[in-house]
Design a protein around this ligand. Structure first.
Ligand code: NAD
Length: 365
């Protein structure tokens, strides 16, 4: 029961077909890839328009149809890794036999470099908003019911809004609701997206984000990013250097690494202006007490006089200090995130200390 567009797809690398029962529609996409992860699939069902994106390395395939008949909003996605098959399961709204799956939309059956596609946005609803510090909020947004996507470690999304007729777009790295959230609620396959947003009073977008009320919507893009999960394979040590909200990508990394039994050592060097700026300090301190593999050091650039901890900004001595006393054979990855100048300086120091490009990942906005 191949659909009418099958012939058009001869010159694109992916093939799809569909099946039906009395109550269900199943769309199958054959990726020809043995290793296929759920995080390479993004589905948006808006009304009767189904947009499914399959990402393969730097390429993206899109199946884009206006469905012939109505379906329910809830969708489920499965993939069978060994044969590279992706299955979308939809429920018919009415038990009628479909003669066709749908009418092709502008992007149907296109296969392009990811960089040649514009960002795709869907409206997400603010579910909750809590203070993390005097200027930083933890916001939880709910994806629409017809949306399926996964945000992997190191990936970011964009928020978009029109402010006085100007489109404003900013990147944010989704976080977890807490540092030690349970793996089954790991924030990867999501219905909810958690963002930790620092409100800059003179900023363009963040004051608007701060004014969002529960139930309000904002446009959220599909996930992007260069961080590869394979960089974490076999890693036994992580050194994380975060400055200010540069802490956000570290949250999933900490959560992930400490769940691996063979993982040995995780150091977080967390640079902030003052004590009040330290994000999730209670959680970090508790985690350090609970898990002896984890240590955290706070370095303040504008401390109050009574601060007894480390002071200053990123410097060579701090970087070399965190490498002292390493006796075990460790496979290390260093991750850095913060203002550009902070990141550049940190990369420079660690290269001088003998780290090569494969051992360093610098997040850039
Ligand atoms: P901030 O201004 O509060 O500064 C925090 C600390 O960063 C300072 O205490 C200082 O130690 C260090 N720092 C700041 N400017 C520096 C400089 N010029 N040289 C060396 N060190 C410096 O930080 P913030 O307002 O929270 O900003 C965080 C930055 O992290 C933003 O620039 C944001 O774009 C970036 N960020 C990037 C990503 C990403 O790339 N994925 C994610 C989150 C945040």
């Amino acid at each position: 029961n191949l659909d009418g567009f099958e012939k058009q797809s001869k010159n694109v690398p992916l093939r799809h077909e569909w099946f039906q029962t009395e109550d269900t529609i199943t769309v199958v996409i054959y990726t020809k890839q043995k290793v296929i992860n759920l995080d390479s699939i993004i589905v948006d069902l808006e009304g009767s328009v189904l947009r499914t994106e399959v990402r393969q390395q730097e390429y993206s395939y899109i199946l884009h149809l206006e469905l012939c008949h109505e379906v329910q909003e809830a969708i489920s996605v499965h993939c069978t890794g060994k044969v590279g098959k992706i299955e979308l399961n939809l429920k018919k709204r009415n038990s009628i036999i479909w003669n066709d799956l749908g009418y092709p939309q502008e992007l149907h059956n296109s296969y392009k470099r990811k960089t040649d596609r514009g960002l795709f946005y869907r409206k997400c609803t603010l579910l909750s908003k809590t203070d993390v510090s005097h200027d930083t909020r933890l916001l939880c947004f709910q994806l629409p019911p017809g949306c399926y996507l996964t945000i992997s470690i190191g990936q970011h999304i964009y928020l978009k809004s029109n402010i006085q007729d100007v489109e404003v777009v900013r990147p944010y790295t989704p976080v977890l609701p807490t540092l030690y959230v349970d793996p089954k609620d790991n924030g990867l396959t999501c219905t909810n997206i958690y963002l930790m947003v620092k409100i800059y009073p003179d900023g363009l977008l963040t004051p608007l984000i701060d004014r969002l009320q529960i139930g309000d919507c904002i446009s959220v893009s599909s996930p992007e990013g260069n961080f590869k999960h394979s960089q974490l394979e076999g890693i036994t040590e992580l050194i994380l250097l975060a400055a200010g909200t540069g802490f956000t990508p570290m949250i999933k990394l900490i959560n992930f690494a400490l769940k691996i039994p063979s993982f040995r050592k995780l150091q977080l060097l967390f640079f902030n202006k003052t004590e009040e700026d330290i994000l999730w300090r209670d959680q970090l301190d508790q985690l350090a007490l609970k898990d002896e593999r984890f240590t955290v050091e706070y370095i303040l650039s504008e401390p109050h006089p009574e601060w007894r901890g480390k002071q200053g900004k990123i410097e060579m001595s701090l970087c070399s200090e965190c490498l002292t006393g390493r006796t075990e054979e460790l496979k290390t990855l260093l991750c850095i995130c913060g203002p550009t100048s902070f990141t550049e300086q940190a990369v420079g120091f660690f290269k001088r200390l003998g780290f090569n490009n494969e051992e360093i990942y610098a997040f850039s906005g």
